[in-house]
Design a protein around this ligand. Structure first.
Ligand code: F6P
Length: 372
């Protein structure tokens, strides 16, 4: 109950995304108005492990609603139960369990509950710490929109807008040169960004991780457009997409990260192969972290504020170990699920027979190929 909560902790974990500051602002202002003090930990769980934090006030949480990134900083390699510290004699990273340090720092600072803003990795860590008796409320964040248990995460719609703007820009240069332009977008193993931005940007081919594609089908779609007199073709490809007979393209592996594989590079592979198969000059662009940066669009400022407000409502009602969620996009109702729900799962684009996502049908209806 609120009367028992005098101080909350707040941290942002994992990759940053637009809208984090809207959540920080909403949680802090809501708490402060209710007489609850707020400790903001720096750099995600690393700040909790190392006991680095700032007092959040009305002043330092004002004027941040429209800003990108996170004023608290974040980290995507700081799992308290498996923190990389130094190396073993064979050169492999040495992992230590710092969970007790985290519990100690929370107690020392008089923190009664912790709000964790993050993606699947952060929610899994949060659920583990909650099992040690800490009251934690999760707020779902990621541009990838792949968090199980919620239909929407904040940051996603801004990434879609950024990718759509980029597709609009390459359209004109592609048409001027009669070229194929391949636009590689982020999303890890989920195709949400390419599906939404591909549809909004009028992509001629959209390649999703959930639908392994055939280069021949992609080349056919491009050639059909050429024969129909179209000046160019735009291919939107998820970083996690792969050909039917091939693998995902891995950009790097970081063994110290809880999520060690970084995808990237499929855009070049697609552009080269399409040029070979069609004889049409092809170029590629990798949007990369541009999709994570910059000011959140209005929808993400609103969603971040609603999520923050809902998280405080959960704390006020005495809820424990819950994650804020949005279910039913058409009505946009906020609800909450057990903090464990996202652990070890991913929310992928449904592509199976009878359950295909509505946007796939809408894209096909305007002539978009999915390379299958
Ligand atoms: O999860 C967000 C995300 O941007 C993914 O889309 C991408 O695969 C990954 O993070 C990139 O991670 P990093 O910032 O560590 O390169």
């Amino acid at each position: 109950m609120t009367s028992a909560i005098r101080r909350i902790g707040l941290l942002t974990g994992g990759g940053d995304c637009p809208g984090l500051n809207a959540v920080i602002r909403a949680v802090a202002k809501d708490a402060l108005r209710a007489g609850i003090a707020v400790t903001g930990f720096h750099d995600g769980f690393l700040g909790l492990i190392e006991n680095r934090a700032t007092e959040l006030t009305d002043e330092n949480t004002s004027g941040i609603l429209h800003t990108g990134g996170t004023i608290l900083g974040t980290h995507n390699r700081a799992n308290p139960s498996r923190l990389a510290r130094g190396t073993n004699p064979d050169g492999t990273p040495c992992f230590v369990d710092c969970t007790d340090d985290c519990l100690h720092h929370l107690a020392q600072r008089g923190i009664d509950a912790l709000v964790v803003v993050g993606g699947d990795g952060s929610m899994t860590i949060a659920a583990d710490i909650a099992e040690r008796g800490v009251n934690i409320i999760g707020v779902p964040k990621t541009i990838d929109n792949d968090l199980f248990g919620t239909d929407l995460t904040f940051g996603f719609l801004t990434a879609v807008q950024t990718a759509t703007d980029a597709i609009d820009r390459v359209q004109t240069t592609a048409a001027s040169h009669h070229r194929v332009m391949v636009v590689e977008v982020m999303g890890r193993h989920a195709g949400w960004i390419s599906l939404y931005a591909g549809l909004a940007g009028g992509g001629d081919v959209i390649l999703l991780p959930e639908l392994p594609f055939s280069f021949d089908v992609v080349a056919d779609a491009v050639m059909q457009r050429r024969r129909a007199g179209k000046r160019s073709s735009i291919i939107v490809v998820s970083e996690g997409a792969r050909p039917r007979d091939g693998e995902q393209v891995v950009a790097r592996i970081d063994p110290t990260s809880p999520d060690p594989i970084r995808l990237g590079g499929i855009g070049k592979v697609v552009a080269d192969r399409v040029e070979d198969l069609t004889g049409i000059e092809s170029r590629f662009v990798v949007l990369g972290h541009v999709q994570r940066g910059g000011s959140p669009i209005a929808a993400d400022r609103i969603l971040g504020t609603r999520f923050g407000h809902y998280a405080m409502g959960l704390l006020r009602s005495g809820a424990r170990s819950r994650m804020v969620a949005m279910q039913g996009l058409s009505v946009g109702m906020l609800t909450d699920v057990d903090l464990r729900v996202p652990a070890g799962k991913q929310r992928l684009v449904p592509v199976g027979r009878g359950e295909e996502h509505a946007l796939i049908g809408a894209a096909r209806a305007v002539g978009t190929s999915f390379g299958v």
